[in-house]
Design a protein around this ligand. Structure first.
Ligand code: MG
Length: 293
């Protein structure tokens, strides 16, 4: 069922007309946070309203963790451990090799975090995560609570001292580093139900700090909830009509059209050239002629 929208001729070389978009599984309520485990040939992802983390393999879907504390975004640290953002407990956790869960961050300057949303780990082991207020703004997850901190992007270095790095975005959400980590991309999905254009900002990383924040691209339709980069520095972003591929200069190169609103994505498979896509009620995948980071 794949259809691609080519905006720049180079995008035609990124996709394969004979490799269709596959719906791997469906029947969920709102899926998010895909993370690839090549050592287990499986993908973990969140079904947030159903309070569970699911595990996909070629054999099917099983439950990895339930309850999941309404986990949203995930990644792996440099040692391969699972790092998770949890709405229900308003924290970022690490799952150790023995299966125990360690809380990495749940407050800043004595106040509870809002609802950590998405997370990446830099090469030096520093964990970067976003903390918008979505998880405490609505009753649908049952965690409506007063917001005590601004929506922010935090960094947590291996020494464990949490630091707020970006505090002037409405609702920072997905985030990704460029392949050489000279740039940090952060999606601003804005106030809930706002009609404002949804933007991706790019920052130059200067001595480990994001500086010179500026508009990179405005996703339309929809918003850049989750993003990943490929090895050549193209940014692949979620959107309402599928996945948009953006060049390092911010130009839209093309789209993978998906029949449901896309929330997030990640590269996986043996060559990291299979793009896994979480989209509303379903998990999709498509093989590309690009390799993900
Ligand atoms: Mg998100």
């Amino acid at each position: 069922m794949t259809s691609f929208e080519i905006r720049d001729p180079v995008f035609a070389t990124y996709v394969m007309g004979n490799a269709p978009l596959k719906r791997l599984a469906t029947g969920f309520d709102w899926v998010e946070g895909p993370v690839w485990f090549g050592d287990q040939n499986c993908l973990l992802f969140s079904d947030i309203p159903n309070n569970r983390i699911l595990r996909w393999t070629e054999e099917g879907i099983t439950t990895f963790r339930a309850p999941s504390q309404f986990a949203n975004g995930h990644t792996r640290d440099r040692q391969g451990r699972l790092i998770s953002c949890e709405h229900g407990t308003r924290r970022v956790t690490r799952t150790e090799w023995d299966g125990t869960v360690t809380v990495l961050a749940d407050s800043f300057e004595g106040k509870p975090l809002n609802s950590p949303n998405d997370v990446v780990v830099a090469r030096d082991g520093t964990i970067w995560f976003t903390d918008p207020h979505y998880g405490i703004m609505t009753d649908y997850e049952g965690f409506r609570a007063p917001q005590e901190l601004p929506c922010a992007v935090y960094r947590l270095p291996p020494d464990g001292k949490l630091e707020a790095m970006i505090t002037d975005m409405a609702c920072p959400n997905g985030l990704a580093f460029s392949p050489d980590e000279s740039r940090l991309y952060v999606a601003d999905t804005g106030r809930m139900f706002s009609a404002d254009p949804q933007s991706i900002r790019v920052f130059d990383m200067v001595a480990g700090r994001p500086e010179n924040g500026r508009l990179f691209h405005k996703i339309s339709p929809g918003c850049a909830d989750g993003m990943r980069v490929d090895t050549e520095g193209n940014l692949w972003s979620s959107a309402a009509d599928g996945v948009h591929c953006l060049a390092p200069d911010g130009r839209l190169l093309g789209k993978i059209l998906v029949p449901e609103i896309v929330s997030n994505l990640c590269f996986g498979g043996r060559a990291k050239h299979r793009l896994f896509i979480t989209a509303t009620t379903s998990l999709y995948a498509v093989v590309l002629n690009r390799n993900g980071m």
